[in-house]
Structure formats: C-alpha cells, structure tokens
Design a protein around this ligand. Structure first.
Ligand SMILES: Cc1ncc(COP(=O)(O)O)c(C=O)c1O
Length: 408
C-alpha cells in the first residue's frame, strides 16, 4: 500500500456526523439516500433571492428528483413545478402543486397524453414542434366543445437556436413563428411565450448572460409575447471550483427585462442546481483488495442505484469518516460484475476496511431519478434529515419489485 497524497489536499468532508450516519444506517439499512432539508432550503432561498425581477416564477424541474417530500419543500418555499413529462405533472399534483403553477415544457406526447395534461388543468405549455402545437390546439378545442376544459391554455414554444445551442433536437426555429401563430389563432388561442434551454450542467455564467439579448430579441418577434421561460441548465460545482453565479445572472437578466417597454413574466426552472447538493448516498464497504498500489473497494451499491461517471458521465465526490492521513489511489466498485460498475475511479481514499461507510456526495439531481433495475438490484431507501430528525421518504425495495408486472 502506498500513500499517494496527503489527505488535507483532496478530501471533502462528509456532510453530517459519523454518529448520525451510523444511526441512519442502523435504522434504514444500506445503501441509503439521505437528503438534508436545511441545505435544500438554503439553496432555494439563494436562487430565489438572486433574481430580483418581481414577476419571476421559479419552477423546480422535477425531472431531476421526483420525491414527493422534496417537491413539497419546493412548494412550501413558493416555487411552482416544471414538468418534462405527464409523469412529472402527476407527481406534482400528488405533491400538492396547483395545476396553474405547473409549467409543461416537453416533447412528443400522443393525443391521449395531451388530453390528460389539459384535463389536469395545466395552463402553461411550451411545445416542441408545430405538430405538437397543432395537437394541443385540436385537443383544447375538442375539450372545450365538450365543456371539459376551463381556462384557455397559455401557449409557448421551445426555441431552437443552432447559433446558441448547437445541433439540438429540441424546439422550433423563429422562421416557423408565423405558422405557429396562425395555428394557435385558428383555435382561438394566443402564442404568448418562448422557452429557452441552454443545455444541462452549464457551469459558465457567461454562457447564459451572453445570450440574454438574443433571446429577448427573438421573443419580441411574437406580437402577443407575455412570458419568457429561461430554463433550466444551470450547472452545479461537483468538483468544487467556480460555481454558476446566480447573483450575476439574476442581476443581468433583471436589468435587461426591466428595459422592456412592457412587463413580461419570467419563468426560471432550475433542476440540478437546486437539488444536487442536498443529498448523499451512503454505502458500506463489503470487500477490499489491492492491485499493486491501487486499492479496489467493493461497496453495497451499484451504478444502477445512481447515475455515475462510468455510465452517464459526470463526477461525484466520494468521502469517508476514516481519518487516516495516508491516501491511496482507489477504485470504488459496485456490487455487480458489470464491467462499468464503478462508483468512482482513481479516487484518493485512506485504506478502508470491510464495514466502513462511504458517502457519495451531491447526488440529489438525476440520482434516484435515473436509478433503474438494470443489474436487478432493488433500489435504496430515501430519508429526509430535518432539524436533526430523520424520516423515511421512500421505502427500500426488495426482490419482489423484480417480479412486479411480470406475467408468468
Ligand atoms: C425543459 C427543461 N427544463 C429544465 C430542465 C432541468 O435541467 P437542469 O437540471 O439542467 O437545470 C430540463 C432537463 O431535462 C428540461 O428539459
């Protein structure tokens, strides 16, 4: 075993005490997703306060995390919900969001799904193609003729701007606006919004601030323009370093919108940036071995329980409560023989023993939400830590889940 670095140079500290960690694992088992409500509330407050423009509606993008207990925290903090799919809307309504506070910006619904979205009472819809706009208008007219829909929806388009976001499948070009306006008009509706999405995990603040003027200029091509939805996509500093500067972004966006000759509504729908940092995945070491200088640590979780570098790209810091000074090059491996089952590669960790606990940090976004039954490992439980109290917010699965819906 060779010490490769001094511990103080690299390791992040675990987010809560060893005593709480042991209590959590003794109560709920391992592996375990732990969410810290104080961290989440602080992040929500920081993002909310960063944009002073008064007509701003924040909507949490629940594609990143659909746990009802967390959605309820966003709701209690005055945020709405951003829905990517009808499933997001379903969860949002179950969490208590009023449909008028749910913004749908998704793609490729078939007719019955569009009907469901409108029947649920969602009134802001950002559509991804003229064909989806046409479908939405037809379904709205059908429901209205049958007196099954109350308020006319507020329609927007997702914007496709190759010069800003490169080659993207999402959205409609500005050359299609005239046709879009006439589709909406034929159904007695207005096209009043545009939705811009920078692309997920964009850490550069300038990547957003530099495009504000262009996006606003395009919005002004819509005669009935009432709202701008600026996404989504704000990065999270998984590796430390420079974080997305909410205050700078908020100041620049507010300044530009304040210069308009009429008030518009601003929608901001953060996902990753709001929820990534409040969660930790705890796992226990179940096996150790050495390959020359490298420590190979096996843990009781897997890449199917969380999206990790080896499968989805990205990076999640792994840390321990073990305080030894010597650190070793370490691969942290999942509990399957899938060749990409690495929770972390080339980490710097102390020599670990079976039974020790590792904390995989910043797993609140696209973590549980992207977990799967690939490799046939049931999913972990989820727990919320609130004012030093903890409570289960999703049960651990057992093997019966692997049979659910199978017919044999
Ligand atoms: C339209 C839209 N808004 C917001 C989000 C959330 O993005 P992020 O987690 O990068 O903020 C997504 C993610 O897919 C999205 O498609």
């Amino acid at each position: 075993m060779f010490a490769l670095t001094d511990r103080t140079s690299t390791l992040k500290q675990p987010p809560f005490t060893f005593a709480i960690t042991e209590e959590l694992l003794a109560t709920y088992g391992s592996p375990l997703y732990v969410y810290q409500s104080d961290v989440l509330r602080r992040t929500i407050a920081r993002i909310t306060n960063a944009i002073s423009y008064p007509q701003t509606q924040f909507c949490f993008a629940s594609v990143t995390n659909g746990n009802i207990a967390l959605l309820q925290i966003f709701q209690a903090c005055g945020w709405g919900l951003h829905a990517n799919t009808p499933g997001d809307i379903y969860l949002g309504i179950k969490a208590g969001f009023a449909p008028k506070n749910i913004v749908y910006s998704g793609s490729n619904l078939h007719r019955s799904e569009m009907e469901q979205v409108l029947r649920w009472g969602v009134t802001t819809l950002n559509l991804d193609s003229l064909s989806q706009l046409q479908l939405c208008c037809e379904v709205y007219q059908f429901l209205r003729e049958n007196q099954q829909v109350l308020a006319p929806p507020r329609l927007g388009l997702r914007l496709n701007l190759p010069e800003l976001t490169g080659d993207s499948r999402i959205g409609v070009r500005s050359t299609e606006f005239l046709e879009a306006i006439s589709i909406a008009k034929a159904a007695g509706l207005k096209l009043s919004g545009l939705h811009f999405y920078r692309g997920t995990g964009t850490n550069s603040t300038a990547a957003f601030t530099q495009v504000i003027d262009t996006v606003i200029a395009i919005c002004q091509q819509l005669p009935d323009w009432e709202y701008l939805d600026f996404g989504g996509g704000f990065g999270y500093p998984y590796r430390g370093g420079t974080a997305f500067d909410w205050e700078l972004f908020g100041a620049e966006l507010t300044d530009r919108i304040n210069q308009l000759d009429r008030p518009i509504e601003l929608i901001i729908e953060p996902g990753r940036s709001a929820v990534a940092g409040c969660a930790t995945l705890l796992a226990r070491v179940v096996s150790t071995k050495w390959q020359e200088a490298k420590q190979i640590v096996g843990v009781d979780t897997t890449v199917a329980n969380i999206s990790v570098p080896s499968v989805h790209g990205g990076y999640r810091e792994i840390c321990t409560w073990n305080c030894q000074d010597s650190l070793h090059l370490t691969d942290v491996c999942g509990n399957t023989t899938y060749s990409r089952d690495y929770l972390g590669k080339n980490c710097q960790l102390p020599a670990l023993a079976v039974g020790e606990i590792l904390a995989i940090l910043d797993v609140g976004a696209y973590g549980y939400a992207m977990s799967s039954h690939f490799l046939h490992r049931p999913r972990p439980a989820e727990v919320l830590l609130e004012n030093s109290q903890h409570r289960l917010i999703r049960r651990r699965e057992d093997y019966r889940i692997l049979l659910a819906n199978q017919v044999f």
